[in-house]
Design a protein around this ligand. Structure first.
Ligand code: BG6
Length: 480
């Protein structure tokens, strides 16, 4: 049954995600009058804070992370905040949490932004306090396990207390406007769909490049690595959106049915189709930065860069390689999808000396939100020495096209959907498990081969082997 939650319990309420994303997003929504009237948010974590103490904590987070032009609602928002200290691993304290929530007759949303090892005890505690009963749904932040087995364990534990239609697994990339726009581009236009297949597309590149290094997440990251941190979730979701068949409607079941088919069609990869790297000291934007080993304070075999050649084994994508690339400490922060079309079958211009290049669609996800279609055009002139053609971009810069629209944090969309009960932009259990299955196979290959990451200089585009991976196929990465 659908309901709007006007109670929200935030586990991990003093954590990094809460400060940077969750509190700012909730406050921004509040300022825009989009949260339910009378919303009560109860933060919980180990720290021994009072309601007042937590409000002060939240105020600081908002001053730091919420853009100044979106802070109009801060005072009112702080009044919606309450706090209950809790050790999530014991049953004690959950009844107090329930009392603090003042739930009587109200719809409840619970958001777990804690280490996945706490998910199981938290669910037990919630059940103990009756917080899993009635109108309640639960949001789960990544990582959802570290492999298929652990992810199943988490999913089983959550499923013991909540049916799937009450479970909201977050992949914050799905909350990004530009990622949703991918669906509009594909399914609200007639232009692309007829050529969106192996007959017309040569290959696809998906790049998620970051300039940041370890940040403050040393322990988590060194256990995780680039493949599990970014490819398993965000990049596979992008891939699924690029590859999926048209869903019959824009609803949670139809969209996720199509995505999971793609994830299940991912071909097990070969060792020669993967490259891993780890950054060494270098410079980003002219600033010297230390190497991963220096930041970590020890040697490690964790990859901070990964490049893969993936294949989707189905009728539409037969023979089309999908090159995925992600790394920390790369020269720029950019997330983009490049769809490289095939060459024209025959050039009438060749006899006049002109060369043609294939069309290319570049979907910029961040930081630039734009869609660029590279088309061939004739250079102006009288052509006495032959015709000259050049690839020119047809550019749609989203911020210009929609200049009046509010730019939102991805979590604003996801938190609102969680409160209102729309699962379309959340990941279903079968998707997560298909993602892990593919990733586990890659990790197993690496383990069998005793693979260590190659080094690359911070500020470069990763190890040279990543260039060789695509050059073998006559392809260059889009930045080259
Ligand atoms: C997170 C990863 O899921 O996504 C981080 O754990 C990464 O390592 C982040 O930096 C990137 O998110 P965004 O929205 O900045 O691209």
């Amino acid at each position: 049954m659908s309901f709007t939650a006007d109670r929200l319990i935030l586990f991990g309420a003093t954590g990094d995600l809460a400060q940077r994303m969750l509190l700012p997003s909730l406050c921004a929504l509040f300022g825009d009058g989009l949260l339910p009237d009378g919303l009560r948010i109860v933060g919980t974590a180990r720290s021994d804070l009072t309601d007042e103490g937590y409000r002060e904590f939240a105020r600081k987070a908002l001053e730091t992370y919420l853009p100044a032009d979106r802070r109009s609602g801060v005072e009112g928002f702080l009044e919606t905040l309450f706090y209950q200290p809790l050790d999530a691993t014991t049953l004690e304290g959950y009844k107090e949490l329930s009392a603090k929530t003042d739930r009587e007759g109200k719809g409840l949303a619970i958001f777990l932004s804690t280490a996945p090892s706490l998910f199981e005890p938290t669910i037990a505690g919630l059940a103990h306090a009756g917080l899993t009963e009635g109108d309640v749904r639960i949001g789960l932040e990544k990582p959802l396990g570290t492999d298929l087995a652990s992810s199943r364990e988490i999913n089983d534990a959550v499923a013991a207390a909540f049916p799937e239609d009450r479970i909201y697994r977050i992949d914050h990339y799905l909350g990004k406007e530009t990622v949703q726009n991918l669906l509009a581009l594909r399914f609200a236009n007639i232009l692309f769909e007829p050529i969106w297949n192996a007959n017309y597309i040569d290959h696809v590149q998906i790049t998620v490049a970051e300039t940041v290094g370890l940040e403050s997440r040393v322990a988590y990251y060194d256990d995780s690595g680039a493949l599990r941190d970014m490819v398993q979730n965000h990049m596979l979701q992008l891939l699924a959106l690029v590859c999926m068949e048209p869903p019959t409607s824009f609803d949670a079941t139809a969209v996720r049915d199509e995505k999971v088919k793609v994830l299940r069609a991912l071909r097990p990869i070969e060792a020669s189709e993967t490259v891993t790297g780890q950054y060494r000291a270098g410079a980003i934007n002219g600033q010297a930065v230390p190497g991963y080993d220096e930041e970590l304070g020890k040697d490690s075999d964790t990859e901070t860069f990964v490049a893969l050649k993936a294949h989707v084994d189905n009728w539409r994508w037969k023979g089309v390689p999908f090159y995925l690339r992600h790394g920390k400490r790369l020269p720029e922060r950019v997330t983009e999808i490049v769809v490289q079309f095939r060459c024209i079958p025959f050039s009438i211009f060749e006899g006049r000396g002109a060369k043609t290049k294939p069309n290319r669609l570049v979907i910029g996800i961040q930081p630039e939100e734009n869609i660029q279609l590279a088309l061939m055009a004739k250079l102006p002139g009288l052509d006495r020495e032959g015709i000259r053609l050049r690839r020119v971009p047809l550019d749609i810069a989203m911020p210009d096209a929609f200049s009046g629209a509010q730019r939102r944090i991805a979590y604003e969309r996801l938190l609102l959907d969680l409160l209102e009960g729309d699962q379309t932009l959340f990941v279903r259990r079968d998707e997560v498990e298909a993602q892990w299955e593919w990733i586990d196979q890659i990790r197993q290959l690496w383990a069998e081969a005793g693979r260590s990451p190659k080094t690359y200089t911070a500020g470069s585009w990763g190890p040279s082997a990543a260039i060789a991976l695509v050059e073998r196929d006559g392809v260059s990465w889009h930045d080259e």
